[in-house]
Design a protein around this ligand. Sequence first.
Ligand SMILES: [Fe+2]
Length: 425
Amino acid sequence: MSANGNETVFTMEATPIKYGRGAAEEVGWEVRRLRMNRVMLVSDPGVIQAGITGRIVELIEAEGVEVEVWDRSRVEPTADSLQAAADFARDGGFDGFVAVGGGTSIDTAKVSDLIATHGGEIMDYVNAPVGDGKKPPSPLKPLLAVPTTAGTGAEATTVAILDIPDQKIKTGISHQYLRPDRGLVDPLLTRTMPPEVTSSCGLDVVCHAAESFLTKPYDARPKSDSPDDRPPYQGSNPIADMWSGKALEFGGKYLRRAVKDGEDVEARGAMMLGASLAGVGFGSAGVHIPHACAYPIAGLKHEWQPPGYPDDHPFVPHGWSVIVTAPAAFRFTYDAMPGRHKEVAELLAGGPISDADENTLPEILISLMKDVGAPNGVRELGYTEDDIEALVDGAMKQQRLLVGSPKDVTEEDLANILRESMENW
Ligand SMILES: [Fe+2]
């Protein structure tokens, strides 16, 4: 026990990752190794249309393993849409799960696996106070994640995010048993991603890495009563720093290139690996203000039709909903840990910076946003000053994230951050 009653312990856990061009071609071998005989494969219509899912199914079936495809993962999954997948999983007699797609498909597979293994309803497991916060009593059936975007890092994390439309909030299920057993990270799978998707996903990676690097240290939080109560987002620690630090370096060096030229496999690969690295980093340390603000920004209005995305429904892509408040958020948190803000700026810039102040990191982020065609602020996404109160309310509901801010954040602080974020340039 530390003298002040604070936490003295942190844990380091990471999903085993198999990375590189052609890694996805080994999916059949991996499925066999995990002793799966009947697989529920979770995917989404876009990935199926790109031909990726079909190829993966072929490779698994070639090993004599049965596959049933769940093709209805939707962007911004709700408790209802996840429950439908979970019902399918529970009734299907599966002994293993494969996710092929973005964060949504991977999260849907995590939740399907949870319900298929332990029964019950989704809301039993959703974080309290929104759900009952029940913990899965033992490990789940094996889950293999094959990401097709370079963003969420969902293959490396212990959370599944979902929308609760009647409460207008996003929340999640988080537990270490939700972590996939392995990720197959293959840069060849992202080649068809439009530049806008690459931009949004890549900026999500940068925010995961920056926020987790700049989160309140694990030993600044009161010690948990029992190991089971230690939160998955533990606060910054030396091991998470290594993962997030490398992801920042990759984001600064390769994101512009990946957006500019989809065929730049080196840059694509680095961003994809960066997404997994940041996934491990923030999966341990956590994210805070920009992600807390992103939930209401994505959830309150569904008016904006993002360029480069399917035009069937207006929404704000996750990475862009996060990055728009990042410059102002880090201007706000600067004085809590100036040295670490400078470090993040240097990692992104790829070299030492002599005179850093509270504007240095925000300026570096803004220049990156401009270069990769990100929206310039919250206003562009359909909001005005009149919406600030509602946005603040939504962000304040994300206390699970806001506790990670390196300094206390009040409603007024969030209102200021959102006001400053209306236009970043
Ligand atoms: Fe994110």
